[in-house]
Design a protein around this ligand. Structure first.
Ligand SMILES: [Fe+2]
Length: 406
């Protein structure tokens, strides 16, 4: 009965995603494209933007050129640089105060997924001052339109620049929650590989694996369309070709651009289909142990695929063919297993551990409960899990050996 209810709800979401009027985004893409943003904002009559970023990026002076361009164009901006990894409700509220104090009328996010999500949270609260952020959890609860937002990703992973969702941490309830609404889709997105050249290898690896998880979970989920599958496969091909290159040669502009496009395509795919159990379990691990989102996804993804593969063998085989893998015997099953093995090998090449060193036996029931609460009924996964299934899967992520990776 519960399965029937979950699947019916997902079917409803699938129908809804087909008819939802996703707004068109203005896209600036290519090396140096961020230098054209100020003129574009001036043309659109943005007057006083709040630039949202984090301390590290400000110290690296990554937004400095943009701030200078904005001032030269007659658009003096204020800066909120207090965003932390996994932004909390308090962080969004601090950004809201900064926005009001400075009489801003728009937002520019320069940073990774945490910065872009925080900017979306600030925008949602500016538009809906009477609604607490927590109240907006779920689908389509951002009632009034937020001010316009431009996103300049500095990592190639979250794809937040092309999604309608944002994820926040609620320390009081020890968990993460998401808000999703068409009104949160950034009005302008800028993909400039020059902003990503200095990204350290570990962040390149984790964010690239986040983008891969988006593409894979979108593709194997039951709510995909021909359009979302095309986007997911395109992202997968780029990641297959360019992630290791970007990891090893961080200043390779082509590799950075291709990975940024992959993250954007994977984001555009999953914002229409949703994600799956890898994300649900990764969020639970992230909020308990503070694991970076991409790293947690990378660790969990192969286990989730091994568990799901009886119900998505064909999709896994299609992804294997898309990146020209060969199975052991040419069968669909052989190809599906080859695809999972490729992800394992990629992880190893990127220096990502196979297990979670912090994971403790007594936390497994709680992690599984949180993950299933997040995944059901919204995530259109190919094979549904029970609490027992989930606990068994999470226990396989424990480090039983003495030679920890981390
Ligand atoms: Fe993600």
């Amino acid at each position: 009965m519960q399965v029937l209810l979950i699947r019916s709800y997902q079917l409803l979401l699938k129908g809804l995603a087909r008819v939802l009027p996703f707004p068109r985004q203005h896209r600036l893409i290519g090396a140096g494209s961020s230098q054209t943003l100020a003129a574009e904002l001036s043309r659109r009559r943005w007057r006083r933007p709040l630039l949202v970023s984090d301390r590290q990026l400000m110290q690296l002076q990554l937004p400095a050129a943009l701030i200078r361009d904005l001032e030269a164009t007659g658009l003096p901006c204020s800066v909120f640089d207090q965003v932390l990894e996994n932004p909390t409700i308090a962080c969004v509220e601090a950004g809201l105060q900064c926005y009001r104090r400075n009489g801003c009328d728009s937002l520019i996010a320069v940073g990774g997924g945490s910065v872009m999500d925080c900017a979306k949270g600030i925008a949602a609260r500016v538009g809906n001052p009477w609604l607490p952020l927590r109240w907006m959890e779920g689908l389509f609860r951002v009632l009034a339109p937020p001010p316009p937002l431009a996103c300049l990703p500095t990592t190639a992973g979250s794809g937040s620049e092309s999604t309608i969702a944002a994820v926040f941490t609620d320390p009081q309830r020890h968990g993460k929650f998401a808000i999703a609404d068409l009104k949160l889709l950034p009005r302008i997105m800028v993909i400039d590989p020059m902003l990503m050249l200095g990204l350290p290898p570990a962040i390149t690896a984790a964010s690239g694996m986040d983008a891969l998880t988006h593409a894979v979970e979108s593709y194997i989920g039951r709510n995909g369309s021909a359009w979302s599958r095309r986007k997911a496969l395109s992202a997968l091909r780029r990641i297959h070709r360019w992630l290791l290159q970007a990891h090893r040669h961080g200043r390779d502009e082509s590799a950075r651009l291709q990975m940024a496009l992959a993250a954007h395509e994977a984001g555009a795919a999953f914002t229409r289909t949703n994600v799956g159990y890898a994300h649900a379990i990764a969020h639970a691990l992230g909020s308990l142990y503070g694991l970076p989102h991409g790293l947690a996804n990378a660790i969990v993804l192969p286990e989730v695929l091994r568990w799901s593969h009886p119900c998505c063998e064909q999709q896994l085989a299609e992804m294997a063919r898309a990146i020209e893998l060969e199975g052991s015997d040419g069968s669909e099953q052989g190809l599906a297993l080859a695809f999972i093995a490729w992800i394992e090998a990629l992880k190893q090449d990127l220096g990502i551990p196979a297990t979670v060193a912090e994971l403790r036996e007594e936390h497994i029931p709680q992690i599984s409960r949180c993950a299933l609460k997040e995944a059901h009924p919204g995530y259109p996964v190919p094979r549904l899990m029970t609490q027992t299934d989930c606990e068994a899967l999470v226990s396989r992520l424990q480090d039983h050996s003495d030679n920890c990776f981390r």
